[in-house]
Design a protein around this ligand. Structure first.
Ligand code: NAI
Ligand code: MG
Length: 357
């Protein structure tokens, strides 16, 4: 019998409402499967600034390190926009990534058939979309040395350095290959190897990895071509793996395919505790009104069962229930269309629970 333990960090804005539904759905799904887990609630972001004066209290970090998984709502909001930069609520996310050494960001991009009409692309192009983007999260140009603007020989200049080591590339590619097993077994490694030295090392390591993972087919794509293919032929991707900078941009591009940011989950993984959160922010404009779409957070909880709590069965059960809720026409206001059933955050959670089987 499992005895897994999770930390729930509601955060700010709509965070409390959406994590409450994700937790309720998780508990109901676990119960159906004879699985039990415990949870505790911790603070981070603006809520922590108000209570403790810092965005990421030590107590929260400790609890996260000891837990099997962390479910996070979102942090930040206008109330904390004017605090000192090192105290900004968003620092909580960066701090957690660092403390938990989360080097991989996984973003599944799925277009639910029931919502295909809401995609900015034609339904026939997006219907088959089911992509897992695996972005390196702890290296590359975002973590390299940089020179702020300075005058050199009468010219103002600045630079940022991109570096990737073989171990950094190996671990992210290995994770991508493992993720492809059980999907379509196809990995597209995205780089700019015609220009960048880091990309050439990346490509070399990917080719070696291909030899080790015989069940997986790895192909290479230049990032500029990839940006086009995500729009022209998004159904052709399975797992897409890339570095930090390219991944930041491509994952946002791919996210719009689904037509709503309220629906998309994410996982950040390292060698220890994984962090799970929807891709959207704290939506202060709709906080506390029961208008928030909890499905992105509920699907993040499903990913937590898959990658951190050892239950593919519960993950699949939650995902199937979310599919069914959408097929049955339940919609929070962000995805509402005339003729369908408009529901609140809490009612949406309940409809998912009703469809767990
Ligand atoms: P946002 O994602 O919070 O909101 C953008 C728009 O989408 C808003 O109109 C909002 O109402 C809507 N929206 C977002 N999630 C929704 C949901 N689940 N259901 C229905 N509608 C939803 O982005 P924004 O406005 O740029 O940022 C707001 C705050 O969140 C800022 O303080 C920002 O720094 C923070 N933020 C936090 C993130 C995190 O915790 N990982 C990520 C992005 C932003
Ligand atoms: Mg981004």
């Amino acid at each position: 019998m499992s005895s897994k333990h999770i930390v729930v960090i509601p955060g700010d804005g709509i965070g409390a409402e959406i994590t409450a539904e994700a937790l309720r759905v998780s508990q109901a799904a676990a119960k159906k499967c004879g699985y039990s887990f415990t949870h505790e609630t911790k603070q981070a972001g603006g809520a922590a600034i108000d209570a403790y004066g810092v965005p990421l209290p030590e107590d929260t970090i400790d609890a996260c390190r000891k837990a099997d998984g962390v479910l996070l709502g979102a942090v930040g909001g206008p109330k904390w926009d004017h605090v000192a930069p090192e105290l900004r609520a968003e620092k909580a996310i960066l701090g957690l990534r660092k403390s938990l050494e989360l080097y991989a960001n996984l973003r599944p991009i799925k277009v639910f058939p029931a919502l295909a009409a809401q995609s900015p692309l034609k339904p026939e192009i997006v219907n088959a979309v089911d992509i897992l983007i695996v972005r390196e999260l702890n290296g590359g140009i975002y973590y390299g040395a940089r020179q702020e603007a300075t005058i050199v020989n009468d010219v103002e200049l600045a630079w940022d350095r991109e570096g990737y080591s073989r171990p950094e590339i190996e671990r992210i590619l290995r994770l991508a290959c493992r993720s492809a097993i059980g999907r379509k077994g196809k990995v597209t490694s995205v780089d700019k190897a015609n220009v960048l030295a880091t990309s050439r090392l990346w490509r070399k390591v990917a080719n070696e990895m291909a030899a080790a993972f015989t069940q997986v087919e790895i192909n290479h794509m230049y990032v500029d071509n990839c940006a086009m293919q995500l729009v022209l032929n998004p159904g052709s991707f399975d797992v897409l793996v890339t570095g930090n900078l390219f991944g930041d941009i491509l994952s946002d591009e791919a996210a719009v395919l689904s037509g709503s940011i309220g629906l998309l989950p994410s996982a950040s993984l390292g060698d220890g505790t994984g962090l799970y959160e929807p891709i959207h922010g704290s939506a202060p404009d709709i906080a506390g009104l029961g208008l928030a779409n909890p499905l992105g957070t509920i699907l993040s909880a499903a990913m937590m069962f898959r990658y951190s709590l050892g239950s593919e069965q519960i993950a699949a059960m939650i995902e199937a229930a979310v599919d069914q809720v959408l097929v049955d026409g339940y919609r929070t206001p962000d995805i509402y269309q005339q003729g369908l059933t408009k529901v609140s955050t809490e009612e949406m959670g309940q409809q998912v629970i009703n469809r767990l089987k």
